[in-house]
Design a protein around this ligand. Sequence first.
Ligand SMILES: Cc1cc2nc3c(=O)[nH]c(=O)nc-3n(C[C@H](O)[C@H](O)[C@H](O)COP(=O)(O)OP(=O)(O)OC[C@H]3O[C@@H](n4cnc5c(N)ncnc54)[C@H](O)[C@@H]3O)c2cc1C
Length: 368
Amino acid sequence: MKHLVMLGAGHAHVHMLSTLASQALAGVQVTLIAPYPRQLYSGMMPGFVAGHYAVEDCVIALSPFLKNTSVTWLPRSATALDAQARTVTLDDGSSVPYDVLSINSGPVQDRQKIEQLMPGAREHALFVRPIEGFAALWPQVLAMGQHKPLRFAVLGAGAAGFELACAISHRLANASVTLVSGEATVGANYPLAVQTKMLRVLKKRHITVLQERAVAVAAGEITLASGARLACDVPLMAIGAHAPAWLRSSGLALDEQGFVAVDAFQRSTSHAEVFAAGDVATRQDVQLPRSGVYAVRAGPPLTKNLRAVLAGVAPSPYPPQRKTLNLLSCGDRTAIASWGNWSAQGRWVWWLKNRIDRGFIQAYSRPA
Ligand SMILES: Cc1cc2nc3c(=O)[nH]c(=O)nc-3n(C[C@H](O)[C@H](O)[C@H](O)COP(=O)(O)OP(=O)(O)OC[C@H]3O[C@@H](n4cnc5c(N)ncnc54)[C@H](O)[C@@H]3O)c2cc1C
């Protein structure tokens, strides 16, 4: 019997799991390595912070997928991978052999790397990843903020930093919020028209933007590259979508940032029995941003290819779409939409985002 090991319960694996109850994999033993019994949908975290959603609204429970299938769930994290020996090591020291491995464990905020850039960050900052950790800590921060006005500094002004800064200022009217964008402008990966809209939102919300690098974090303050010090009760770390450190010694071909290099089949370029999808992987044939949209879209083709190789059939290439609809929530029930160079803003965009996000959760919450 072949053994498929699914490492991580990211978006693509949730899709694969959802198909197993109705279409079992004959002659295949399936093991899922995932530390939590649910997948927290990061796209809804800003809405959770803003108070539009309870945490339960943002989760896909894994148990319905596991109940009607023969999937073995190991509630652990992977800490090492030996692609030569075909084994995954878990955080309890045990190891799991595989014939086919699929990795969908997302990015990490590498504490060691961030600590080197900003000494003190590890001890004093609140990190957005792992999302489970952030979701568990946010209610405590919220309770503090409801008791006394807090000074927040959100470090990183990409989509997550922007959305979280807006969400905090919406939720805690007494808080002061500063968005520290490093050397980059706010929303640097977005077209200029979107960046302009983001800046307007920040101004309207009285969120201060500092286009400067933070170089140290201490209790009650952040030091900036200029030497200026920013008083701050809650430094929120929204920078960094790093590759997990355990990939480095795996023997798998990696890109220059340490993510799994995959081909048009979402298959490792060095090991044909290893597949990877979502933010942990980098397609070598096409340039794609790391985003939840692509991670979700990778689910059906990854599922099809895993089924194919396990049945001894050749996998099919997956050409991802070049443009995607990006939706940025602005704290209140408004949002910014962009599609290539087109962009728009308003309540209807938030309505659309809410509908898409809730629809995604519901689609995977129905029993198969
Ligand atoms: C606050 C915030 C808001 C965002 N909003 C958006 C948005 O609106 N739109 C968008 O497109 N993108 C958004 N993103 C980016 C998005 O989160 C990622 O691109 C997306 O989550 C990547 O999906 P994934 O399936 O690759 O991994 P993930 O969603 O990170 O899932 C990985 C899973 O693997 C598990 N795992 C991790 N390490 C291990 C391990 N060692 N062993 C076993 N399991 C492990 C994790 O617990 C998790 O369940 C946002 C990110 C943040 C932080």
